[in-house]
Design a protein around this ligand. Sequence first.
Ligand code: AMP
Length: 280
Amino acid sequence: MTPPIFRKKSDLRAQVREWKQAQETVGLVPTMGALHSGHLSLVEQAKQSCDRVIVTIFVNPKQFNNPQDLANYPRTEHEDARKLADQQVDLIYCPDPDQIYPEGFCTNVSLSGLTDVLCGAHRPGHFDGVATVVTKLFTQTLADKAFFGEKDFQQLQVVKRLVSDLDLPIAIHSCPTLRDPDGLAMSSRNLRLSDEARKTAPVLYRVLTEMAQGLRDGGATSTLAAQARDQLAQAGFGEVEYLDLRTCGDLSPLEYATSDCRLLVATWLDGVRLIDNISV
Ligand code: AMP
């Protein structure tokens, strides 16, 4: 059976209040829709540790710095609802835009430092949009736990920091990146790759994996990143926005691997921006 789809925060709140009165724990999986197995793995983890699971689908205009990217973002609500029915999700929240950004809305949740680097440096305003919408989804759903993918590693760190800094009463759970069999990290944006580009795309994970091994063997980021950039260019990738080794928590740059670091990349292929990251 298709889960109920709520579009008003008052309806959502009424349902969550009932669950809370029955002492049930509520898990939240925020998404922008066009759901794939990566999203569904988050739902799976939420189902395992919460009595009730809410999936939100909201293509958040505030986190798109490029209007064309927002216009092109895939929207597949009907199919998404079917997939979530198979997973026995309790409620889908697809808020009407005014439920998130009512007329006159002028509050911005903004972090510094953590959001100035990597994707933040290339997508001005993106993480303000993420932080603002996530804060609203937390307060609207009153969820006990929220589930985020490591696929968006910087976003995960931003959300953890936000929750800690603002004492938001919610636990953040991180979930590993799901990949297609050829290694490409699943992403809603992969739908926009041409057949040919889709064949090239797994090179990204291969290059990342090789570079991580080089770092584990004691290699320097600057040398290995230059080689990796050449490999990506030869394979047909466009601009590499960043290919960086960073500490996990505060995302400071590193020249050599430490015990707690992450290799992160953002690049373009066939007009599609792809991001990925792996543990070193
Ligand atoms: P999005 O709809 O792209 O905003 O993603 C919603 C959530 O799903 C975020 O927490 C993402 O990190 C997570 N996610 C996206 N792709 C994957 C993936 N391939 N594996 C695991 N989680 C993912």
